[in-house]
Design a protein around this ligand. Structure first.
Ligand SMILES: Nc1ncnc2c1ncn2[C@@H]1O[C@H](COP(=O)(O)OP(=O)(O)OP(=O)(O)O)[C@@H](O)[C@H]1O
Ligand SMILES: [Mg+2]
Length: 245
């Protein structure tokens, strides 16, 4: 699904990606961990095309997308949620999902009025809300939702494009144990064919949801393996676990 080969990126003198290489199989649940400033979000920016790599290659579904724009990558099936909430705060849950569906389907402005009232779209909004546990909150403004629900809605917006690859940047950050449990259940309920990459600080969450883990440190891959291998890795223990939040 995704292959990254010797990816490099510098912001001025700061090297934030150093020869990063890894690959992720279709349908995998893959975690990226690493201390603050390790370059995890920057890696998502490189994958989605928000920033361009200085060198290296990114292959998505076998296509070389290294130089492709964000729109091309999104249309090819990449979606992400952000470390900070990225919702339309004044709009309701229903309107947020509707907007995401209309945009994802490329209906454009002229088509907007024709589709907004359509039964199909209304049904899809309800289905999307049900998938993220927000079926009973359709007419709530996003700003009125609990923090955990807001983050669930954000996953719903990312899922609106029916992506092949979903990138989640710290989806459980700042959550209560109860909210974290709900987010874990949401991730577990995603289609098995969907490939999911999660940046996550909470090691318990990593161990519960990921089959494979890439550990980043100072822009480079420090270790890669199963959650168990990460748990028992001396190099990870020494460099990361002690420093983790
Ligand atoms: N646009 C930018 N310009 C300059 N430096 C940047 C930019 N974006 C990120 N950085 C720097 O790159 C490094 C990696 O940042 P990044 O946000 O990728 O880390 P992270 O692993 O996601 O950290 P956190 O766990 O805190 O979210 C940091 O030192 C950061 O300050
Ligand atoms: Mg980050």
């Amino acid at each position: 699904m995704l292959a990254v080969e010797k990816l490099n990126k510098a912001f001025g003198a700061l090297q934030v990606a150093r020869d990063i290489s890894f690959h992720i199989e279709k349908g995998a649940r893959h975690a990226i961990i690493g201390p603050n400033g390790a370059g995890k979000t920057t890696l998502f920016d490189l994958l989605t095309g928000a920033i361009k790599a200085d060198s290296g290659r990114i292959l998505f579904s076998g296509e070389n997308i290294t130089r492709a724009g964000m729109d091309v990558r999104a249309r090819a099936g990449m979606a992400r949620s952000f470390q900070q909430n990225n919702l339309f705060a004044d709009m309701t849950v229903s309107e947020n999902l509707l907007t995401a569906l209309v945009v994802a389907r490329g209906y454009g402005c002229k088509m907007w009025n024709r589709f907004v009232g359509s039964d199909k779209l209304a049904t899809d909004v309800i289905k999307s809300a049900a998938k993220i546990g927000l079926a009973d909150a359709l007419s709530e403004p996003a700003s009125g939702l609990s923090y955990g629900m807001q983050r669930q809605l954000e996953v719903g917006l990312a899922m609106a494009s029916d992506p092949k690859l979903l990138l989640l940047d710290e989806p459980t950050a700042g959550m209560s144990p109860e909210e974290t449990k709900l987010m874990l259940a949401l991730v577990a309920s995603l289609p098995v064919s969907l490939t999911v990459v999660i940046i996550e600080h909470d090691m318990d969450v990593v161990f519960q949801m990921a089959q494979q883990v890439t550990v980043l440190d100072d822009g480079a891959v420090l270790f890669e393996g199963t959650p168990d291998a990460v748990r028992h890795s001396d190099v990870v223990r020494a460099r990361y676990l002690k420093r983790a939040k």
